[in-house]
Design a protein around this ligand. Structure first.
Ligand code: FES
Length: 92
């Protein structure tokens, strides 16, 4: 399974059948998102290395090195930068 490295700090295992956004959520992260459908650009981040495949149509503007995690899956190990996320608080 490809690994997803986030902001040079966190690394998680990708789930090949989930989008990168869903994979981050199931790993306990709370990435920023709004539409989850490639429209708003809220989830936009930079792809530093690796390859993703799009599973939806990107309507939001992205530059050449940016991706929309809500509609992409990791094809290889990938490294992302400028991901806005927080970590879920553990419930006692
Ligand atoms: S959440 Fe809207 S483009 Fe990803």
């Amino acid at each position: 399974m490809p690994r997803i490295k986030i902001n040079g700090a966190t690394a998680i295992q990708s789930n090949p059948s989930n989008t990168v956004l869903e994979t981050m959520e199931s790993a306990g992260l709370e990435p920023e998102y709004h539409c989850r459908d490639g429209h708003c650009g809220a989830c936009r981040c930079k792809l530093v290395s690796g390859e993703v495949e799009y599973v939806g149509f990107a309507m939001a503007y992205v530059q050449g090195d940016e991706i929309l995690p809500c509609i992409s899956r990791a094809k290889t190990d990938i490294e992302l930068n400028e991901v806005n996320y927080s970590i879920k608080e553990k419930r006692a």
